[in-house]
Design a protein around this ligand. Structure first.
Ligand SMILES: *[C@@H]1O[C@H](CO)[C@@H](O)[C@H](O)[C@H]1NC(C)=O
Ligand SMILES: *[C@@H]1O[C@H](CO)[C@@H](O)[C@H](O)[C@H]1NC(C)=O
Ligand SMILES: *[C@@H]1O[C@H](CO)[C@@H](O)[C@H](O)[C@H]1NC(C)=O
Ligand SMILES: *[C@@H]1O[C@H](CO)[C@@H](O)[C@H](O)[C@H]1NC(C)=O
Ligand SMILES: *[C@@H]1O[C@H](CO)[C@@H](O)[C@H](O)[C@H]1NC(C)=O
Length: 525
């Protein structure tokens, strides 16, 4: 009784003055991005905030009914499941074969086109919201305190501007690539462009590659994605409003990474790192799984998951992987939904779903075979389990290349992967202790923070609600032209002054010399 009274008082005291239940409008990105957005929404809900989520009527992940939020459904199709699966299968076919640089380029152009179509659909969806007067009126009347958005797609930025609300991002990717590149200075000499699979220590040739890839992706993204938003802004906000400045104007950037994962680089006062916010301590395993794990004895277990869509599409490669597993003394738990590989050994357990976090936290887990998808890497860092990476698509190769650089992962290319290569790599991660030691060290660093990443994120969201935004943390950089930003005008002026001074000095000297010599001559004569 006494105890609980103290707890109540303490919890009341720890609520900063003026916090009330905030009204938060969330414009998420569907698909795997939603999984992480939902973690934040659930936490906000538990703190007593009222959350409204915007979804498209064919959303794969964002449910209409939820105990954590109310939803607004916009009657438009954006995320077609089939479309996405066909895209991924195309991508995997491409990945499984050896390819030339020309193929790579053609493929990049093709995927840009497909992604571009999704951006167009998002613009159409946002236009539908803007043009629905009843909906706009109800949004205005709801008196939201802020918009929480994922800027991988631009809808939230546009809506926040329309409603005149503070904007907080849950971000890793934006339309222009990695979030940092949109607001923080990013010297290409030591900041590798995502997708280049480079590190912060680059040779001359690598730096050339880094710069070329930077310009190439920038050009592609501006042209393919940016153009839809340009058209949109012109139509609804007038010619003076540019999407990129609206987006750079966001109050807080909650970054889904941190410096255990990222290479050190310049950042900004309104960037808040919350890498690993989705990770939780592990729970005990279900009985049957625990029995299986214990049966591995001193050898331990290997767990493998390639994500739901990818697993089914891999075909022949799964046979090679299964054959390699069969040769090991360890037990294997493999999340696999496709046809059963014919070479499957009796040490391997196939499951449709596995409690990945609880398995990673289990002391018998030795290696995590992963594709580098959402949360897998973060959870592996959190629990200190080394990785054997099989990157398949998107930012996965880049994610895993960072882990390889830190000595916590070995990465394989799935094109031409066979059982001996796979087995060799797996044995290296299993028996060379440096992988595990490096990962455990990274894990210790990740845990050594004054405040948990999720609490940190929630603090800054509530900060924006309390203070009506955070404009004092935004730099002026993006309100400047390219010339002003790089002080080219100043340089040119100073250079001009130096040149003019030099020239004047030269003239004066020449004049002096001339008169002196002339006078001497004159005197002599
Ligand atoms: C929460 O938001 C919804 C939708 O805007 C609104 O209908 C509801 O009244 C709000 N609830 C509270 C407790 O403010
Ligand atoms: C978006 O809307 C425009 C005009 O209504 C339409 O022509 C276009 O096909 C739509 N785009 C997509 C990808 O649905
Ligand atoms: C406008 O929004 C309201 C409320 O969400 C919805 O009921 C209505 O069907 C929408 N109208 C159109 C034309 O989409
Ligand atoms: C599993 O297979 C190996 C060889 O393939 C065999 O030696 C072993 O007895 C089998 N174990 C069980 C439990 O069936
Ligand atoms: C790559 O890693 C980042 C940071 O951990 C994560 O946000 C992202 O989801 C990962 N990529 C994929 C494709 O899951």
């Amino acid at each position: 009784m006494y105890h609980s009274a103290i707890l109540t008082i303490l919890s009341l005291l720890s609520v900063p003055c003026g916090v009330y239940s905030g009204q938060i409008l969330v414009y998420p990105v569907d698909g795997s991005h939603w999984i992480n957005m939902k973690v934040i929404i659930m936490e906000l809900h538990s703190k007593g905030h009222n959350i409204t989520v915007i979804r498209s009527s064919d959303s794969m992940y964002v449910k209409e009914e939820s105990p954590y939020y109310s939803s607004i459904t916009v009657g438009v199709g954006v995320y077609n499941d089939e479309y996405f699966t066909s895209f991924v299968s195309l991508l995997l076919q491409f990945r499984q074969h050896k390819r030339s640089s020309w193929d790579e380029l053609m493929f990049a152009v093709e995927s840009m086109k497909m992604l571009s179509e999704i951006h167009e659909k998002i613009c159409n969806m946002t236009a539908m919201i803007f043009e629905n007067e009843t909906l706009m009126k109800s949004l205005q009347e709801a008196k939201f305190d802020m918009v929480l958005a994922d800027p991988a797609m631009g809808g939230g930025v546009l809506l926040a501007h329309k409603l005149g609300l503070p904007l907080v991002f849950n971000v890793r990717w934006t339309i222009l690539g990695d979030g940092h590149f949109a607001i923080a200075p990013s010297p290409l000499s030591y900041v590798p462009v995502p997708g280049a699979e480079l590190t912060d220590k680059m040779t001359f040739i690598q730096r050339v590659t880094n710069v070329l890839i930077y310009f190439y992706t920038y050009y592609q993204q501006e042209n393919y994605f940016g153009q839809h938003y340009k058209v949109f802004c012109q139509k609804y906000f007038g010619p003076d409003v540019d999407y990129f400045s609206l987006f750079q104007n966001a109050d807080i950037w909650l970054m889904r990474n941190d410096f255990t994962f990222e290479f050190p680089r310049p950042t900004m006062p309104n960037v808040v790192y919350m890498g690993g916010f989705q990770c939780k301590p592990s729970n005990p395993l279900p009985d049957d799984l625990e029995k299986f794990v214990q049966s591995s004895g001193k050898h331990g277990v290997i767990i493998m998951s390639l994500g739901s869509i990818f697993g089914e599409l891999l075909g022949d490669i799964t046979n090679e992987i299964a054959a390699a597993f069969a040769q090991l003394p360890q037990k294997v738990i493999w999340r696999h939904t496709g046809p059963r590989p014919s070479t499957l050994g009796n040490n391997t357990l196939l499951v449709d779903w596995m409690p990945q976090n609880d398995l990673l936290g289990h002391p018998k887990t030795k290696v995590f075979v992963a594709h580098g998808g959402t949360n897998g890497i973060q959870e592996a860092i959190y629990h200190g389990v080394p990785i054997l990476g099989l990157p398949l698509a998107f930012d996965q190769p880049d994610n895993l290349s960072r882990m390889r650089e830190k000595g916590t992962a070995k990465v394989l290319d799935i094109s031409g992967l066979d059982r001996s290569v796979f087995l060799e790599a797996l044995k290296e991660v299993l028996y060379n202790p440096s992988y595990r030691e490096n990962m455990q060290k990274l894990s210790r660093l990740h845990h050594d923070q004054p405040i948990k990443p999720l609490d940190h994120a929630i603090f800054w969201i509530e900060y924006v609600i309390r203070n009506g935004g955070a404009p004092h943390l935004r730099t002026q950089s993006f309100r400047m032209s390219w010339i002003t930003y790089h002080s080219l005008d100043v340089m040119l002026t100073l250079l001009g002054v130096v040149l003019i001074n030099g020239w004047l000095t030269f003239l004066v000297l020449r004049y002096l010399c001339f008169t002196v010599i002339f006078k001497k001559k004159f005197k002599r004569e």
